[in-house]
Structures are given as structure tokens and as C-alpha cells.
Design a protein around this ligand. Structure first.
Ligand SMILES: [Zn+2]
Length: 256
């Protein structure tokens, strides 16, 4: 009997050790590798479906669909942690964080019960990665407002109000494009200013895409990739004379 106990222990020890460090498993879809530990198949299917949908929408919205990013060895990675605790330990992120992206690494991290992840964080971070892949990762010509505008444009729940921005423009209480281009939003503490930064960024990108179409926007992004200079990229893709002219016509569009 004792021998049998030892035998059982001997047989199960490796299993127990294995369970402790539980390796990541991978679930593959066309453009994503989803790493997970104990997520259910239904949860993985749901996440993959949303991610694939967003991928198609973002590349289509921005006119990038003919470039075919992220296939085979180039797929983006999503790490789906089992719990918020594990996610926080691995990323060092605070409790309010529901997801995070490493844009250079094409990697997004979140956890199974993260709120707001599918509607806003996933499309926002994916847009960041896709856009950077298009214009170049170390491109000094890309202002933060453009990146955040492109990313915010993809969020499912957007709180932008055109009338509010119009009122601010009328009162002269908006951020001019020059200042907007120099702003580092991560250093701002004034919440109202942060929200205005995101609203204007979103609105500028939306203006470019809605008023002039996707093809022009692609051309603009290609110019930005090649010329590495915002003004030159903008002037050669659109009929604006300079940044000031772009700002003036955007204001007219908002006030219309
Ligand atoms: Zn962002």
C-alpha cells in the first residue's frame, strides 16, 4: 500500500509542478496570436472575432486594406491574463487599467474580465499599431495629436460633441494647431485640457477622412512615411497652403 502511495506521488508531482507555472497556450486567427492560460474556447472565439472585425474596419477606414499587414509570422500578439491581479503584476499597471499595448512589439495585454477593453481599448490600441506600421515606428514627423486622433477615431463609444467644440472655437477657448502639435498629453494634469486635446485630435482626423476621403488620407500617410515632415506631407496630399491654412479650414468645417 505504501508503495502505491509513493507511486501516486511520483506520478503526480511533475503534473503539480507543471500546473504551477502553467505555460501560455496559443489560439490563432488570421491576423492574431492570442496567448492565454485558462480562458474558455468561447471567450477566445469572441475575442478573436472582435479583433478580426476591428482589424478589417481600421484598415478599411484608413484605406490601408490593400497593404495586408499582420499575416503569418507577422501576426499581432494579444496576451489574455486569467485575472486582473496577474495582469497588474506582469504589466505594473494600476487598477483602472484594462489593457495596454506595446506599439513597437505589436503586442496588446489585457485580462479576461477587463471592462471597456473590447469596445474602446482594443480598437484604439490596434489603430495605434496599424498606423505606426504604416508611417514608420521612429518617425519624428508624426505629432501625437495625429496618432491619438487616428486611435480615438476607432473607439466604439466616443464622447465627442461637435457643438461643444464649435462653441469653444467661437469663444477662442480651443488649442491652436501649433500648440496642439507641441503638447505631450501624458504630462498634462488638467483633465479638461486632456479631454480637449483628445477631442480636437479626433476631430482633425475625422475632418481629413470625412471631407477628403480615404485615398487622400492614405496618400497623406505615405507622404508622412517618406518625407517624415508633417507640413510637407499635408501640403502635398491636400490643397492646404500650410498648417495655418489646414487649421482655418478645419475650424470652418466645425462651425458650418
Ligand atoms: Zn492612444
Amino acid at each position: 500500500m505504501r508503495r502505491l502511495n509513493w507511486l501516486i506521488l511520483f506520478l503526480f508531482l511533475p503534473l503539480a509542478a507543471h500546473a504551477q507555472e502553467q505555460p501560455w497556450q496559443v489560439f490563432k486567427s488570421t491576423h492574431f496570436l492570442i496567448y492565454y492560460k485558462s480562458a474558455k474556447e468561447s471567450q477566445l472565439n469572441a475575442l478573436a472575432a472582435r479583433a478580426e472585425n476591428d482589424y478589417n474596419k481600421i484598415t478599411d477606414d484608413l484605406g490601408f486594406n490593400r497593404f495586408n499587414f499582420w499575416t503569418w509570422d507577422n501576426r499581432a500578439k494579444i496576451y489574455l491574463f486569467d485575472t486582473q491581479k496577474q495582469y497588474m503584476e506582469a504589466t505594473g499597471n494600476p487598477e483602472w487599467s484594462a489593457g495596454q499595448a506595446q506599439i513597437n512589439g505589436k503586442l496588446i495585454r489585457t485580462f479576461i474580465t477587463a471592462r471597456g477593453f473590447l469596445d474602446n481599448i482594443l480598437p484604439h490600441e490596434m489603430a495605434h499599431i496599424i498606423f505606426r506600421e504604416m508611417v514608420g515606428f521612429n518617425n519624428p514627423g508624426v505629432p501625437l495629436w495625429l496618432e491619438e486622433g487616428v486611435a480615438t477615431y476607432q473607439e466604439k463609444k466616443n464622447y465627442f460633441l461637435k457643438s461643444e467644440l464649435a462653441a469653444r472655437i467661437n469663444q477662442g477657448k480651443f488649442i491652436g494647431l501649433d500648440e496642439l502639435s507641441r503638447m505631450n498629453v501624458s504630462l498634462l494634469e488638467d483633465k479638461e485640457l486632456v479631454s480637449l486635446f483628445y477631442n480636437e485630435s479626433y476631430s482633425l482626423v475625422r475632418y481629413l477622412i470625412d471631407a477628403f476621403g480615404k485615398d487622400k488620407f492614405v496618400l497623406f500617410c505615405q507622404n508622412l512615411r517618406d518625407k517624415r515632415d508633417l507640413t510637407r506631407a499635408l501640403v502635398s496630399a491636400y490643397s492646404f497652403k500650410d498648417l495655418r491654412d489646414f487649421e482655418d479650414s478645419w475650424k470652418k468645417y466645425i462651425l458650418r
